[in-house]
Ligand binder design. Structure first.
Ligand code: KG4
Ligand code: ZN
Length: 357
């Protein structure tokens, strides 16, 4: 494996990374310059396929990755002007579905070997955090400052992570049961709102008339719990989901308005807890900035409420960078390369890979 020297580009730290992301149901490849500027990003989503089953079927996901990975990578490289501009290959090797990760990791290894390029092993969750570094070249904005508190909320994870520097992660709190995105997905299924649940719940809540009609189910009529778990920075969302199940199973008004009112109250409960816990942790840790990350970061009420509540510089990725994509992993890869954190060709998939202890 070649040494990760950046001197061939003038020693300025300039480097262009190709990243491949296949941890779940998105096949994505992207080329990003200097950990910040997207040169190309190609994503093939399997959403329509898994919607039929109401959730991701791992076997189907890995086969779809196998079918689409080569054209996706080819297109991302071609759009970026070909291989001469690529300095390293970043491969997401966990956490995620083993069969899906294998497809991405294997193509990255083959390309690193064939092209004699450094291979970088990326944690999917650090990718989500680094979505906050990706900016528009024409419209650059402030980068997050350390120490940084990141709230990662995705389909599989809900974590508060302290970053004192690039690559330095400390787990501050995490969910004790369901992830925030999982709670959205399960609740949407209970309410018959479809898949993926996050956008479906947000849309149902948004469809509520403003101001409510005189016969509408009132704000205070449906009340769901908030799990504060005092004295910890941990989360819990399974009780909330069970409370929705209880509501759905007991006699209730069969109307779209009722469903929308439950969706809105569910969303309020999740947002209040995530915001309250993040603000408390940020204050306690004395961080300089706060960042939101993961698929649930696309949730509009969450973005707005956190922005309002945090009195520090607050960062959240542009919408397309919240859900899984390779651009965020390429941004993370740039900082791996910069500090010489290069993987060997024995890089393995780690479905339960942790960001921090
Ligand atoms: O990060 P991600 O794309 O995949 C994982 O790493 O899991 O996150 C997917 C999750 C799903 O649970 C989805 O329902 C949720 O993100 N999500 C949302 C929204 N958009 C996606 N949750 C709430 N509101 C949204 N607008
Ligand atoms: Zn993700």
């Amino acid at each position: 494996m070649p040494s990760p020297s950046l001197s061939h580009r003038g020693g300025t730290g300039t480097a262009t990374i190709l990243a491949v992301e296949t941890s779940c149901d998105e096949t994505s490849a992207a080329v990003v310059r200097d950990g910040r500027y997207v040169v190309s990003n190609v994503t093939s989503t399997q959403e329509a396929i898994h919607r039929r089953y109401g959730g991701i079927v791992p076997e189907v996901a890995s086969r779809e990755h196998l079918l689409t990975i080569a054209p996706v990578v080819e297109e991302a490289v071609e759009q970026a002007g070909g291989w001469p501009g690529v300095d390293a290959i970043a491969s997401v090797h966990g956490p995620g579905l083993a069969g899906s990760l294998l497809v991405g990791v294997n193509i990255c290894k083959a390309l690193a070997l064939a092209r004699d390029l450094p291979l970088l092993g990326i944690n999917h969750l650090e990718g989500h955090i680094y979505a906050n570094w990706v900016h528009d070249e024409a419209n650059p904005s402030e980068l997050p400052e350390f120490p940084l508190l990141a709230l990662i909320v995705s389909g599989g994870h809900s974590e508060l992570v302290l970053m004192r520097d690039h690559g330095d992660y400390q787990l501050i709190g995490q969910t004790r049961d369901d992830a925030a995105g999982e709670a959205f997905d399960k609740t949407a299924r209970l309410l018959g709102l479809g898949y993926p649940g996050g956008p479906a719940i947000q849309e149902a809540a948004e469809r509520r008339p403003h101001p409510p009609s005189p016969t509408a189910v009132g704000e205070g009529q449906i009340r769901l719990p908030r799990a504060w778990l005092p004295g910890t920075h941990d989360f819990s969302f399974s009780g909330l989901k069970t409370a929705v199940l209880r509501l759905v199973s007991s006699p209730h008004e069969e109307s779209q308005e009722w469903t929308a009112a439950v969706a809105a109250e569910f969303q309020r409960s999740v947002v209040e807890v995530l915001v309250g816990k993040t603000v408390a942790a940020a204050g306690e840790l004395g961080v300089r900035s706060v960042a939101l990350a993961g698929g649930v970061a696309a949730n509009k009420p969450l973005r707005e409420a956190l922005q309002r509540a945090v009195s520090l510089p607050f960062h959240c990725p542009r919408l397309w960078l919240c859900t899984d994509n390779a651009a965020m992993s390429a941004a993370a890869g740039y900082f791996h390369l910069l500090r010489g954190d290069v993987a060997g060709l024995d890089l393995d998939v780690v479905p339960g890979l942790r960001l921090a202890a």
